[in-house]
Design a protein around this ligand. Structure first.
Ligand code: MN
Length: 287
């Protein structure tokens, strides 16, 4: 098992300078840094090479996230929007492949936080399946796991539970299209996190953890024992990424609705200590 942390834990914005973050993740004992991808398309090759070299030097694996904007909605009723989304995500997969990555996750099957009021869910699902089938051939060619992040009802309407996700992956039928379950979202939508993990089974491609209010893992309302039991039962051995979203005042806070300081006014050293404690908590849980 490898353990990661999202770049956004330390940042007010989803994207920024990943070089110091790679070093910081390594210094805190993580194996993986999880970063957002849109900005990567704007970076010169020299910067991409620097990111890749730094990750290698510090023995950090990079994993990749996205929340698609509505102009690239892969479930859209408009064919032009779906096609634009396919072209865009192919470019993202190209850059991930260039960087040597194999784990692409997030709301990568429809748009993030876009509800237009007249939703035909069945048709939107069929549209999305078609788009993802198309993209799965690229994921297969590149050896990238295309992980659908199952998020709560306030962020998208297409796939809110593990059972819905499994049905979707059956319709797509690609070994490279898998499922990302996230403790925060499961806590809202599932009856049982243990059952949700077992339902995903060997389609579980990635896993996000945090407390019920998105702090680094520790004793809280989350039933961690049930999570560990599920992960062990399905033989999960990929990456567990800590996704604490705790800072006020930036785009991360705006998009994830953080309206109060969730760090307990931690300074930078304390932020690192909290990340390390969360990592130790997860490692102890999964022993
Ligand atoms: Mn997540």
């Amino acid at each position: 098992m490898k353990y990661g942390i999202v770049y956004a834990y330390w940042s007010n914005d989803w994207e920024g300078d990943y070089i110091p973050a790679i070093k910081r993740a390594a210094a805190c004992g993580f194996d993986v840094l999880e970063i957002f991808t849109p900005m990567l398309l704007t970076l010169p090759k020299s910067k991409l090479d620097e990111i890749k070299a730094t990750a290698k030097e510090y023995n950090i694996e990079l994993t990749y996230l996205i929340g698609l904007p509505k102009e690239y909605d892969l479930s859209s009723e408009e064919e032009g929007v779906r096609n634009a989304g396919i072209v865009y995500v192919k470019k993202i997969l190209d850059v991930i492949y260039y960087l040597g990555g194999n784990c692409f996750s997030g709301i990568n099957f429809c748009a993030w936080s876009n509800f237009d009021g007249k939703i035909n869910k069945q048709r939107r699902l069929e549209n999305s399946v078609k788009s993802i089938k198309n993209l799965s051939t690229v994921a297969e060619e590149y050896g990238i796991s295309y992980n659908l992040e199952i998020t709560n009802r306030f962020e998208q309407f297409l796939l809110n539970t593990s059972a819905e996700a499994v049905e979707f992956t059956k319709m797509v039928g690609s070994p490279n299209v898998n499922i990302l379950l996230d403790v925060f979202h499961m806590n809202i939508e599932e009856d049982s996190m243990y059952e949700a993990i077992c339902t995903a089974g060997d389609k579980l491609g990635h896993f996000h953890v945090g407390t019920n209010n998105r702090r680094p893992p520790r004793d809280c309302m989350v039933n961690w024992g049930q999570i560990a039991k599920g992960l062990k039962e399905v033989g999960y051995d990929k990456v567990i990424t800590l996704e604490p979203l705790v800072k006020v005042g930036g785009t991360v806070a705006l998009d994830s609705k953080v309206w109060r300081d969730m760090t307990n006014h931690a300074d930078e050293a304390q932020m690192d200590a909290d990340a390390k404690a969360g990592l130790a908590y997860m490692k102890n849980l999964m022993k």
